[in-house]
Design a binder for this molecule. Structure first.
Ligand code: TXA
Ligand code: MG
Length: 313
């Protein structure tokens, strides 16, 4: 159910939960002043308690109240903020409820660019918000996706279709350096232009640094299988009987194609991705082959990672 800005602020300031627009995907928000409301987010999404939430701020002054210290390196990300970049910093544990951090000593912070979200945070203060999908399903990029997952009566602040359509890039940042914890709307290469080369990942085996990375993700109900070479598509379809191909405008096949746009236009492909994954379910396809013949560099790496995760059952 669409609600206006003042109603969204009133619900949040009274300890409620509201779906909110951002330039990446829709979020499911609660004020960090209400740990009870934050717990409600985990319940609504069916989210495991060990997967921490991102806290959204409207300026750097708010950010400083949530962390122990701000690394000097933060000046190097100015170009990306506000925008689809999330930075993991050492939390001020007294100010940052444990439930948001999932017990970690760090907190993930994002300064979103979406004007409506900025106006909302100015009325409420920092907001904890994961993507507004049910856990494991594709993130919502439109109001109707939120209503599909959370019910037609669920309060949503309508900000239109999300500009990026894929989540923010999450990085760890300290004075010692930086590294990507979750691929997203900003490529590692463009971050490296401002921040220098990334540090090597320090993930312990089977324990990714962004806890959410270990869970099944972004998957529709339709069974998906990846094909990395266009010239193998026909053979795959003949031997394995796929109903359709999730591919690009130039994908050649004798079954239906659900297109992510032009091959190699990664920003466009990512913007379409979750909408098209949801479409596969609507069409009730049982088995779909994914044309994944593109270069796994820049935002192509984000696209490849999300497609691979969509295949995992
Ligand atoms: O674009 C986005 O980032 C969207 C919009 C709503 O802002 N939010 C989003 O949140 O994608 P969520 O909860 O779906 O994904 C957050 C990711 C998870 O993989 C989580 O494990 C990781 O960020 N994360 C959160 N806090 C962390 C922390 N302290 N250390 C490492 N990873 C963290
Ligand atoms: Mg999510």
């Amino acid at each position: 159910m669409k609600i206006p800005l003042h109603t969204a602020a009133a619900i949040l300031n009274a300890g409620g939960v509201v779906a909110v627009p951002t330039e990446t995907v829709y979020g499911l928000a609660a004020s960090i002043k209400f740990p009870k409301a934050v717990r409600q987010i985990f319940k609504i999404k069916g989210r495991p308690a060990d997967n921490p939430l991102i806290v959204h701020v409207a300026n750097l002054v708010q950010l400083k109240t949530l962390v122990k210290s701000v690394p000097k390196n933060i000046t190097k990300i100015k170009k990306f903020w506000p925008g689809p970049l999330t930075v993991v910093l050492i939390a001020d544990k007294k100010r940052m409820p444990k439930v948001i951090r999932a017990g970690l000593g760090t907190v993930a912070i994002r300064w979103p660019k979406h004007k409506l979200m900025q106006a909302l945070i100015k009325k409420t203060g920092p907001l904890a918000a994961p993507s507004a999908n049910l856990s494991g399903r594709p993130s919502p990029t439109r109001v109707r996706h939120v209503e599909h997952d959370l019910g037609a009566d669920f309060p949503v602040l309508d900000g239109g279709a999300c500009a990026h359509g894929v989540e923010s890039t999450v990085i760890a940042l300290s004075d010692a350096g930086w590294r990507v914890l979750r691929l997203g709307a900003i490529s590692e290469e463009s971050l490296a232009k401002s921040l220098g080369p990334a540090q090597k990942a320090v993930a312990v085996q089977n324990k990714p640094e962004a806890p959410g990375q270990k869970y099944r993700h972004y998957a529709p109900s339709t069974a998906l299988e990846l094909c990395r070479a266009q010239n193998k598509i026909a053979g795959f379809i003949k031997s394995r009987r796929f109903d359709a191909v999730l591919g690009f405008d130039d994908t050649k096949t004798n079954v239906n194609v659900v297109s992510l746009g032009r091959r190699g236009a990664f920003a466009e492909n990512l913007k379409n991705l979750y909408e098209k994954l949801r479409l596969l379910d609507q069409k009730k396809y049982r088995r779909v082959l994914v044309d994944a013949d593109f270069k796994y560099a820049g935002l192509g790496k984000t696209l490849a990672e999300r497609l691979k995760k969509a295949c995992v059952k």
